[in-house]
Design a protein around this ligand. Sequence first.
Ligand code: GDP
Length: 306
Amino acid sequence: ASKIRQGLARTRQNLSKQFSGLFGNRKIDEELYEELETILLTADTGVTATNWLLESLRKKVKRDALNNAEQLKGALQETLVSLLTPLARPLDVDTKKPFVIMITGVNGVGKTTTIGKLAYYYRSQGKSVLLAAGDTFRAAAREQLLAWGERNGVTVIAQENDTQKKGDPAAVIFDAVNAAKARNIDIVLADTAGRLTTQLHLMEEIKKIKRVITKAMPDAPHEILLVLDANTGQNAISQVKAFDEALGVTGLILTKLDGTAKGGIIAAIAAQYPQNPPALRFIGVGEGLDDLRPFNAEEFVEALFD
Ligand code: GDP
């Protein structure tokens, strides 16, 4: 929990600076709601989530007959927790063996780094892990993954380092799933190249990768994780939508929460899918191996406020 506190230091400092004028000894009036609205919008919370939060807060204020702003902080925390709790559904990797996880997202969001962190996370739970270097576009991604594999004592399946040959990511991941079956491995983490949702041929390619994984193991991939950068702001919502339409995203990872003074994008995602929000499996709060944490709504909101 203190790791999360540390990681969210910037968001917290930003918020507490803004909230200091808000939650003091003053009346709860329209002016206060307007100030709160501005704070939420500047933290990337987005219009939908901001309206939902303000509406819920007004109801709570009325119901509990709150009349001083000092009482509002607790009420806002509770409201946030109830918005974010539906996102907090941890990933259960014990249902299949190997449990095949496909990692997707746009360029630079932290996919390869996150795979290193996931490998570390599952290794420290005593599970065996195999990495598939499916980002065959970026030579550095392959090197990076091999280095993560070495640090974690984990096998990496990659194509030969032949720069003349254009890599086939689907083939690499197909081989990796088969290797994992043969070696009785618990978890396969498959990296894929970053792609923009507007690059239609690359969106077709990622669908093909998914189909080929299913050929190696009928019900795989068991999890399709979309990695999002917390600094992306509202654009993260369109990334979720586009990758979900192409692949059927089953989980999200939000990286770089430590590097942002914002963080409201989590609330924006929750409000975007009021019925059935995507599961936020993990949050990234730093560049270190253990800077990836399962998402817990209460822990997150607490780290934002105290
Ligand atoms: P990819 O292109 O999606 O595979 O992105 P990379 O894994 O190469 O990461 C891009 C950069 O983001 C690297 O410099 C990482 O160290 C950095 N990064 C990834 N996750 C986090 C995080 O949670 N916090 C911080 N501060 N940096 C991160």
